[in-house]
Design a protein around this ligand. Sequence first.
Ligand code: BGC
Length: 423
Amino acid sequence: MRNSIPLIAIAALFAIGQAPLRSEAAGENKLEVFSWWTSGGEAAALNELFNVYKKQDSGVAIVNATVAGGGGSAARPVLQTRLAGNNPPDSWQTHPGWELLGQYVEPGYCEPITDLYKSNGWDKAFPKELVASLMTKDRKIYAVLAGVHRGNVLWYNTKLLEKNGIKVGNTMTFDEFLAACDKLQAAGITPLGLGDSGIWASAELFENTLLGVIGPKGWNDLFSGAMQWDDPKVKQAMNLFARMLNYVNPDHSAQSWDQAIKTLMEGKVAFCSMGDWADGEFLKANMKEKEDFGWVSHPGTDGSFIIVADGFTLAKDAPHKDAAVAWLKMVGSKEAQEAFNKLKGSIPARTDVDRSKFDAYHQWSMDSFGKDKLVASCVHGEAAPAAFQQALNDAVTAFVADKNVDNFANALVQAARDSQAMK
Ligand code: BGC
């Protein structure tokens, strides 16, 4: 990968964990895969993975263990309970970075899959820097990526903007965005769709806005402790976030992220700031790129790519180990990466896929991934430990209600102080 990922060697921060005692015996010819992919686009893409798997390993019955709720907010606690209770699925969805290494590898819940990287040529096919900085501990690799989402995308309803005389170019500044929102609001249209029944969706709007103000260098500084969460620039981002919240649909807290995307498709709202799993929803609904919906980097973030990658693990003492290894091999294959990502909105993590098989959005995202500054998402568990991720969600919940910048900043200063990662 051309750009260094601004993630210090996260792996080095973990102490060696004590593996819990395990009791499961190998079961029947099954494979249990755990994820939170239940929205229309997510489920369709997951099904593609299952289809490719079935072609290769036809005798195995797949148990599709999903827990609904965007961003995995509901799934992760269920998974933790299962892992702590010695009842793991064979393989589960994880974000690389702190989520993988801190929550699963460090307590000893995962088996390394370093050998698969060698035997399948993955050491050449996957971006080395990403694997080394986000998925490796003590020189062992613990997951294989299915795809890489771009978090900082602003989606829009093309026809609605046209009707209101708003043109979006190749990039967008905050001023341009706010001016467009004012115009829409004056015309009686809700400018910005939000579905934060899972608070992570608001946290994502903030994360994107924060990057737009502090830039990728500021991002590194913030998550390594060199910049403080009450820095004037961070507060500027908080103020901008508050302004954006003035433009959102009043029923945002009753809606999920994909319901918000649906309102964009229906022309009830004009914009949504959301990772490109939103593209999966557009595809599922047969919306036409550019004609029906368009996209641009979230204001101020052109030149940066917030990584929200999805990987799969191998459980320690997996109940169906052979089937699980076959699953991981399949996830890392070209065929699976092409089939899955086309529907999911993410781009293949492998860098050797046939680009011509992908649509314009994917091409745009692949270009961005190749040339832009890559930063890890905090909202999706990569850039900071779970406790900080939770503190951010809590602070955002309070801020959406009170819009108090000082309280917001102070809560995060405190959370960073409590965290081993940001000192
Ligand atoms: C995952 C995506 C998923 C999104 C919404 C993110 O955390 O990485 O795969 O589509 O959440 O559920």
